[in-house]
Every structure is written in C-alpha cells, then in structure tokens.
Design a protein around this ligand. Sequence first.
Ligand SMILES: [Zn+2]
Length: 311
Amino acid sequence: MVARLLPPQVHVFVRDWLSANNVLLKSPAGHVLVDTGYVRHAPLTLALLASPRGLGGEPLAQVVNTHCHSDHMGGNAAVARAYGCGIAVPEGEVAAIEAWDGKALLLDYADQDAERFTPAAALRAGESHVWGDLEWEAIAAPGHDMGALCFYNAEHRILISGDALWEHGFGFVMPPAIDPAALPATRVTLERLAELDVRVVIPGHGEPFADFDAALERALSRVEAFEADPLRLARHAVKVILTFALLDRRSLPLAGMADYVERVGIFREFNARFFGMPPADFAEFVIVELERAGAVRRDGGLLRPANAAAG
Ligand SMILES: [Zn+2]
C-alpha cells in the first residue's frame, strides 16, 4: 500500500467520485483537514473525522481546500460547525465563495449542491504552511479549476494534488470557447508539477499512488489529445457532469432527460455552443456515450450509475 509511504501524521480517507478524498494532517499544534467531500456525504465525512483513525474526539484547528468544487468543499460548513474551526480557501476562489456564485462554483449551473460557508482565510501560491508538523508549499495549479492549489511537502516528497493530477487523468477542463485559458493552464500546471521531486501523490480522487512520472505522462498525452480536438473537452465535460448528477441523485427519470438538459445551465449552454441538437437528441447522445463507457445503465424508466445498487 502506497499509503504506508506516508508519515504517520498524514491520514487519507479515500472517498469516491461524489466526495473528494479527505486528508487529515495531525499535529499536537492543531489538526488540519484538506477537503471535506460532497454535501450529501457530510454525515459520513463527520463520522470518519470523529473515528479513532481520524480525530478520535480531539479538536480540528482548520479546514483547507485544494479548490472550491462541490465535491471538495461541500462538507466545509458541516465540519466547521461541528468543530468550531476556520476555513481557508485558495485566494482565487474567495470572490466566488463570498458571492456564492452558482455558475463559477458549478453549483446550480451543473445541478450540484453545497452548503454555503464563509472563508476565514485565503491561501496564496508560493506561501508555505505548517500543517501536521510538515511544511506544505502551496503551488498554483490552474486548469480544471483556475484558482486551484496543490500542496507539496519537500521533506517526504508528498504532493496533495486535488483534481490537477490523478493516477489516470485529471478533472474535466472547460473548452477554449468557454475559457480560453483553461487548457493551456492545464499543460503549464502539469509541466510545473513535473519539476517537483515526488514520491507519493495524494489525489483528490482514487488511492494515493507512487508512479508520479507515469501519471504525468498519461495526463500530458490527454492534454495533447484535447489540444488536437477541443470538442472532446465539451463531450468529456457533459459526460462527467451527468455522471456526477447520477451519483448524487442515484437516478434520473429517462422521460425527463430532455427537460433536464434544457433546465441545467451547463447542458443547455454546451448544447447551444457545441452540439446544436434538439434537447431530446442531445440527452440521448450523452446517455449513449456514457453507456458505451460503461458509466450508466437504463433500468426501466430510470437512468442510473452503472455500478450503483438498485434503490
Ligand atoms: Zn474539481
């Protein structure tokens, strides 16, 4: 297990695709939690945090976020309420959080939810913070989220990468027609990360992994494929967002899918800009692509995530 390469004060709660991983950095000087999962999972996040492997009844000093998507900050409010602690978010996210901008934060715009919170502090790229008795440098990681940060500990060569780098890929990136800076920034971020000496990556989703170079190589070749065909970014984004909604809602009625892609902003806007299909055709197109990828299945009148238990 790669997690054994981590020093004892670093504990990773590996979650799933609806909730990002939670990284607990323990120290007698005050425990710090990186990312809090999705709002629907807040009770589980709190239970994990309170468990003996977590805080075991001790206080939490601070919540910090790699970036402010709903699967990373959705539990912020619940955790901060339970422990009376402050929340620090990347500087580039502060304005969207303070305005609770449902489009910039991909909330109602992407049919996602989070409980509103007020950040107590901003984290800036280039700064270092001592969390869990370790020094973590905040590294700008724009691309999937333009305000995102990674956190790097040089002593143990650990990278907390958020959604900037997974073992197989990275979080979806906005097409150039929506944000011309996003895909170029994704490449720059990966090239910057490649300069680091990394032994273990703690990604936002999936198990911690050791083969940093192979992950970077896969990520860069994915960037290349997107650069060659930016429409792939649009297809990828709508598939990811619909899969997420299905994990959140567990199912959606197939008969309502045409209305759904007209009602939810990101589907409506992406269809208008990139696909130009009647809503029913667009919904069917996205569903068929996801079926082909093995991500969803039709179950009577319902669309469900492929691997979710019925009910
Ligand atoms: Zn994200």
